[in-house]
Design a protein around this ligand. Sequence first.
Ligand code: SF4
Length: 116
Amino acid sequence: MARELICVCCPMGCRISADNSGGSWNFSGYTCKRGLEYASQEVAHPSRVLTASIPLSNRSVPVSVKSASPLPKELLISAMRQILSLKVEAPVSIGQVLLKDVCGTGISLIATSDVL
Ligand code: SF4
């Protein structure tokens, strides 16, 4: 099986070809080690850092958030549902943990902005 990937690790967006017709994955088209690591992860178990904005119950502005590390791609929709069900109040500080265990992964959801 062959796959074409676009590396999302930097704005270069290198096109990476992945082929496992020989029994193990071979990659071409990446131009740095990060690209090779991304492609290897993507064919084995794709994951993404989740970013979102969530409303605050006592402010008219939302707070931006992200997962502290990449979440399995198949959990992103469930994670968004869980995040949107949170009841969060200001003040919120950058780096504050708003949810300790997104979808049972052990990965935290953290604020990426201050809302006083
Ligand atoms: S392979 Fe390297 S240079 Fe190319 S997009 Fe990925 S991180 Fe950027």
